[in-house]
Design a protein around this ligand. Structure first.
Ligand code: G3P
Ligand code: MG
Length: 247
């Protein structure tokens, strides 16, 4: 499957220019000319999918405790930075659809909630992205979550996330019927890139925040990078303008 994969993906919504995993971040990425955003999706205690990276609230909000133990009533009243609220997954999808953004929806289950999180994200995704011009790309470090996404939302493309790419990565992708390989930029070997190229599998690297490392990765055959540096890589202003299309 051919995805409209741009070179640059705004990480956690607006990268370091906006509070992470917020609608303000997604909006900013779109305004700066990014064609793709990545965000993390976790469940509240009520089972509602929402944008959140950490299992606990302290780092990114003015709340306390575990996200999975906090009700919607509390969660959606928190300040996620700069007066921004924690967005529900449905709100983020609506915004991405409005801006025609490619959304990389990372299923980020709190430990022990892999099944519930994947089921909720997969089921909601089928409804929320129905007839979308640009379909999302679902990814996760949790292979269990991706299996569930494959079974419940087979029509939505999947990518597998690895911190360190294992030797059997291709078998894992084939089993999950995944179309992209996502991994940390550090430790990515040329052997993996060669195998990916031979199998026409795009490789996406996180988190790339310097022009030197982005350039080196693209030269080695990486298709796209997740970046926090929206200022550096904004398509409107970047010296890398010529590299924004393609993949
Ligand atoms: O999906 C790429 C990247 O977001 C994975 O790392 O911890 O920022 O979710 P993390
Ligand atoms: Mg992420």
């Amino acid at each position: 499957m051919r995805l409209p994969l741009p070179r640059w993906i705004a990480h956690r919504g607006g990268g370091s220019l906006a509070p992470e995993n917020t609608l303000a971040g997604i909006r900013l990425a779109a305004r700066l000319g990014f064609a793709a955003v990545e965000f993390d999706v976790m469940l509240s205690a009520d089972g509602t999918p929402l944008l959140m990276h950490d299992e606990t609230l302290e780092r990114t909000t003015n709340g306390q405790g575990h996200v999975s133990a906090t009700s919607d009533a509390v969660l959606f009243r928190l300040d996620a930075g700069g007066g921004e609220r924690v967005p529900g997954y449905a709100e983020a999808v609506a915004l991405c659809r409005q801006y025609d953004l490619l959304a990389n929806v990372e299923i980020k289950p709190a430990a022990g909630f892999e099944r519930e999180t994947a089921e909720a994200v997969a089921r909601q995704s089928v409804k929320l992205w129905q007839d979308a011009r640009v379909p999302p790309l679902i990814s996760s470090f949790s292979l269990e979550a991706l299996e569930i996404a494959r079974d419940l939302a087979p029509q939505i493309p999947r990518g597998v996330l690895f911190e360190q790419v294992p030797d059997d990565w291709l078998a894992v992708l084939l089993r999950l019927q995944a179309v992209t390989l996502h991994c940390a930029a550090e430790g990515l070997t040329d052997a993996v890139l060669a195998e990916a190229r031979a199998n026409e599998i795009p490789v996406l690297c996180y988190t790339v925040n310097s022009e030197t490392s982005a350039g080196a990765l693209f030269r080695r055959g990486v298709s796209a990078v997740f970046t926090d540096r929206l200022d550096l890589f904004a398509p409107e202003t970047s010296a890398y303008k010529g590299l924004h299309l393609g993949g």
